[in-house]
Design a binder for this molecule. Structure first.
Ligand code: NDP
Length: 454
């Protein structure tokens, strides 16, 4: 059995059966059997089914939000927002089955055109930080394009995926179209990757595991999309609204207790504005309310596990390349994997805390002198997922946005994810795009057909 813990209390929240490789094989077989009928369903009917999934999530919004808040240790207000996004993803992709357009291409001797075909059975491997949300980013376009799926949630947070699968069946999704296997990555995840009947793996998680998935998928030439780690910069120029930039910075790095691939965990501040920025930031950090995820007033919960807390602490307790702690917020003591929001400053760009994805509530503040140095430091990382630029000079903001090697940028804001816009990384943050219209490309193949007319 698999004991699922509640990170805020360390108590067992639920015990569920732990899936193994045989369960994966059985799930793939169900998905393969369900594929022809799902692929051949009239596009309008598939669209209607996706709308029903959206409605099912809306109808069970509070139940799912509480389950996610308890299992992932995230503030209930965040969990509610995430469940709204899950519903919104299915609404958005309900528009897709009837709009998967092809091209007509001028050629001689006949007519040439393209159509988009589904891939078949798709394996979805998702992490514990945004469990149902990241699953929905993959489920929406995968199902809309006519694929059937096997979803493997993280062992730490399988509960909302399992509940969603029940709701999907109740909503009328044909049996076998969506299958959930709750088991370890090293067995169930790896089996999905090696299975010859799985056409594609869509993965979100660590760069290390992403690398092993890409290597494993090569054996069967599986399609792979990877959404991996990040070390995203938050660039604050002296000509920015410093108060606004400082007020927004904690949310951008301490949101979800820093367990966010888009966390702006490197705050690059122009040296001439450093003192003023830091005094605003200190006030903002001390105001962050950390505590019981189910208390509506709280903005940050615990870390996901004891192991994650130990890993995060290693960047702060003297092993982080000597980066000094500028100030810390507060966190509860006692049971629960708590960790207070922490700001390190000034951090040497070569320090561990400036280079590695900490995945916890630790921000590294790095001063810079001018625009050229800001761009160089921001790009000096193996990652390239997201980033922010704060400046009152529009020309500079656009110049810097073009110069940064990252997939998702925001100017005078720290947002990364919108249902209607593409999301994904450059460099070792992965490849492929989720959300928006582009995600459908990753769940379908282009077929070219020629009809001879003479
Ligand atoms: P992992 O990459 O190990 O886990 C992500 C998913 O992959 C989980 O479902 C996991 O299963 C599964 N998995 C693990 N090993 C394999 C494998 N060999 N084959 C197939 N699937 C596998 O991330 P962790 O949970 O270990 O987190 C470690 C670090 O990764 C974090 O500290 C953070 O830095 C980064 N991370 C980044 C995320 C992002 O969104 N970019 C998300 C999560 C983590 P299971 O956990 O059930 O074993």
């Amino acid at each position: 059995m698999l004991e699922v813990l509640e990170p805020a209390t360390e108590a067992v929240l639920r015990e569920i059966p732990r899936a193994d490789e045989d369960d994966v094989d059985a799930a793939v077989e169900r998905a393969r059997d369900a594929f022809p009928a799902w692929r051949d369903l009239a596009p309008g009917d598939r669209a209607r089914m996706l709308r029903r999934l959206a409605t099912a999530v809306e109808d069970h919004h509070e139940e799912l939000a509480v389950l996610e808040a308890r299992n992932a240790g995230k503030p209930i207000r965040d969990a509610r927002g995430e469940m709204e996004m899950v519903a919104q993803v299915f609404h958005y992709y309900a528009g897709a089955p009837e709009r998967l357009l092809g091209d007509t291409i001028p050629v001689s001797g006949g007519q040439a055109w393209t159509v988009r075909e589904p891939l078949g059975v798709v394996g979805l491997i998702v992490p514990w930080n945004f469990p149902l949300t990241i699953a929905a980013w993959k489920l929406g376009p995968a199902l809309a394009a006519g694929n059937t799926v096997v979803l493997k949630p993280a062992e730490l947070t399988p509960l909302t995926a399992l509940r969603f699968a029940e709701l999907a069946l109740e909503a009328g999704l044909p049996s076998g179209v969506l299958n959930v296997v709750a088991g370890p990555g090293s067995t169930c995840g790896a089996r999905l990757v090696s299975h010859s009947d799985v056409a594609k793996i869509a993965f979100t998680g660590s760069t290390e595991v992403g690398r092993s998935i890409a290597a494993g998928a090569a054996a069967t030439i599986k399609r792979v999309t990877l959404e991996l780690g990040g070390k995203s910069p938050n660039l604050v120029f002296a000509d920015a609204d410093l108060e606004a930039a400082a007020a927004a910075a904690p949310g951008a790095v301490f949101g979800n207790a820093g367990q966010d691939c888009c966390a702006r965990s490197r705050i690059l501040v122009q040296a001439s504005a450093l003192d003023e920025f830091m005094s605003h930031l200190e006030a903002a950090v001390s105001a962050v309310r950390v505590g019981d995820p189910l208390d509506e007033a709280n903005e940050m919960g615990p870390l996901i596990s004891a192991a994650q807390r130990a890993s995060v602490a290693s960047y702060v307790d003297g092993e982080g390349g000597g980066a000094p702690v500028a100030f810390r917020g507060s966190a509860p003591s006692g049971s629960g994997f708590w960790f207070a929001p922490t700001v390190l400053c000034p951090v040497d760009p070569g320090a561990r805390a400036a280079r590695e994805e900490i995945f916890g509530p630790v921000a590294a503040v790095i001063p810079f002198d001018d625009e050229e140095e800001a761009i160089r430091l921001a790009n000096d990382t193996i990652y390239g997922l997201s980033g922010s630029i704060w400046s009152g000079d529009g020309g500079r903001a656009l110049r810097v946005a073009r110069a940064l090697d990252a997939g998702v940028l925001s100017i005078n804001s720290n947002t990364s994810v919108r249902v209607a816009t593409p999301f994904g990384g450059f460099k070792q943050s992965g490849y492929g795009r989720e959300l928006g219209p582009h995600a459908l490309d990753a769940y379908s193949e282009v077929k070219s057909i020629f009809y001879a007319t003479s």
